[in-house]
Ligand binder design. Structure first.
Ligand code: ATP
Length: 365
C-alpha cells in the first residue's frame, strides 16, 4: 500500500500544503517544533480518523480557523483510492472515493499504518500494565473473540472484587463468579499466547536484521497463572481448580490474586533480560522490532503492507542499525521518517528516497 500524495488545509501549523511522496522512503527534516510530527500525525489522521497524540480533535485545527482538512490518495495492488477527512466544531466528515460515509467505521481500514513514536519505548521499559495494554490493543484489533472475552473477564473480575471487599462475602456467589472467570480467562490466555508467539517470531527476525545478526531477541508470554492445558475446555477446568485453591487466600486479602489481569511479556537478548540489562539502543531496537512485527501481522490480515511512520527514532540508533532498519524495510514498506538533522542519516541509504525540509509550517521537497 502506498500513499502517493497528501494535501492539508488548516491542519496544525499548516495553512495549505500539497506533497507528493516517494513510494519507498520519505524523510522530514527540520529543527524542533517546525511541524515534522504534525505531518506524520496528518497521515495517521487520514488513516484512522484520530490523532495518536490527542483525544481532542479540535487541537488539530489550525489556531483561529474553523475546519481542518486532510486529503490523500492511496494505491494498492488493485486500485487507487482518494480519501479525505475533515474536522470542525461540528465533528468529523470522511469520504472514500469522493463519497461521504455515514459511519467512521466505514472509513477506517482503507489506509493502514503502523506508527513508532518515542513513547513506544515504554513497551519495554514501562510497567506490566503498559505491556498488557499493548497486547489488548493489538490482539483486540485482530480478534473479536479476544475483545469479548477480555471485556467479560474484566467485568466479572470487578464484580468478584466487590464481593471480596464485603464484610461477610457471599462465598457461593464468588464460586459462581470464579466459574465464569475461568471460562473467560482461558480464552484470554490462549489468544495472548498465540498472539505473542506470532509477534515474537516476526520481531526476532526483524531484530536480527537490524542488529546485523549479532543479537537474538526472544519475546515471551509471562502468564500470571502457570498452566498446562492448551485447549480451552481443559484450561477452563484447570483454572477453575486454581481459582478454588486460591479462594481462602483471596478472602483473606480481599482481592483476586491470580489471573490474566496480572500477565506480562518478557524480552530477552542473547539470554539476558532487556528491561534490566539492555542498553538504551537495545531497548529501543527491541521496542521497534516488536512494533515492526505488526507490519507483518497486518500484511497477513489484509494482504498488503501498511505504511510505516517513524517519529524521531534515527538519532537513537547507531549507523548500522539505522541502515539496516531503513534499507531492509523500505523495499517492502513505504516509510515516513522524521529527523532533526540530515547527519543522522547514514549516507549508504541516501538514494532511492525523497527528503522534505520542514520550516515553520512550510515544506520544501
Ligand atoms: N492547532 C495548531 N495550530 C497552529 N499551530 C500548531 C497547532 N498545534 C501545534 N502547532 C504548532 O506546531 C509546532 C509543533 O510541531 P511538531 O510537533 O510537528 O514539531 P516537530 O517538528 O515534530 O518538532 P520536534 O523535533 O520538537 O518533535 C509548534 O510550533 C506548535 O506551536
Amino acid at each position: 500500500m502506498i500513499l502517493t500524495d497528501i494535501s492539508l488545509s488548516n491542519f496544525r501549523n499548516y495553512d495549505t500544503l500539497d506533497l507528493e511522496f516517494h513510494p519507498k522512503l520519505n524523510i522530514f527534516i527540520g529543527a524542533n517544533a517546525q511541524g515534522k510530527t504534525n505531518l506524520l500525525e496528518s497521515i495517521y489522521f487520514l488513516a484512522l480518523a484520530k490523532s495518536h497524540r490527542t483525544a481532542k480533535d479540535k487541537e488539530l485545527i489550525r489556531f483561529d480557523q474553523e475546519e481542518a482538512f486532510v486529503n490523500g490518495h492511496i494505491t494498492t495492488s488493485y486500485s487507487t483510492l482518494p480519501l479525505s477527512i475533515s474536522v470542525s466544531k461540528k465533528g468529523k466528515r470522511a469520504k472514500v472515493n469522493h463519497l461521504e460515509v455515514s459511519k467512521l467505521s466505514q472509513y477506517i481500514g482503507h489506509l493502514n499504518t503502523v506508527l513508532f513514536a518515542p513513547e513506544d519505548l515504554n513497551i519495554v521499559k514501562g510497567s506490566p500494565q503498559v505491556r498488557r495494554q499493548f497486547i489488548n490493543i493489538e490482539c483486540g484489533q485482530i480478534s473479536k473473540i479476544y475483545l469479548n472475552a477480555l471485556s467479560n473477564y474484566q467485568k466479572v473480575l470487578a464484580t468478584k472484587n466487590q464481593y471480596l471487599k464485603q464484610r461477610n462475602p457471599d462465598r457461593m456467589m464468588i464460586e459462581v463468579l470464579n466459574e465464569q472467570l475461568s471460562d473467560y480467562a482461558a480464552t484470554v490466555i490462549l489468544k495472548r499466547a498465540e498472539f505473542i508467539r506470532t509477534i515474537g517470531e516476526f520481531a526476532a527476525k526483524i531484530h536480527r536484521d537490524i542488529s546485523n545478526d549479532s543479537e537474538s531477541l526472544k519475546v515471551e508470554y509471562a502468564p500470571n497463572i502457570k498452566y498446562e492445558s492448551d485447549n480451552a475446555e481443559d484450561l477452563t477446568r484447570e483454572l477453575g481448580g486454581l481459582f478454588a485453591e486460591n479462594l481462602p487466600r483471596e478472602l483473606e486479602r480481599m482481592q483476586t490474586l491470580i489471573g490474566p489481569h496480572r500477565d506480562d511479556i518478557t524480552f530477552s537478548i542473547n539470554g539476558f533480560d532487556v528491561q534490566t540489562y539492555g542498553s538504551q539502543g537495545q531497548q529501543r531496537t527491541t521496542a521497534l522490532s516488536v512494533k515492526l512485527a505488526e507490519l507483518e501481522l497486518i500484511r497477513e490480515e489484509v494482504g498488503e503492507y501498511p505504511v510505516l511512520l517513524l517519529d524521531d527514532v534515527l538519532s537513537e540508533l547507531d549507523e548500522n542499525r539505522q541502515a539496516h532498519l531503513l534499507t531492509s524495510i523500505r523495499d517492502r514498506v513505504q516509510t515516513f521518517v522524521t529527523t532533526t538533522s540530515i547527519s543522522d542519516i547514514n549516507h549508504a541509504i541516501m538514494n532511492d528516497m525523497k527528503t522534505f525540509k520542514v520550516t515553520d509550517g512550510q515544506v520544501k521537497a
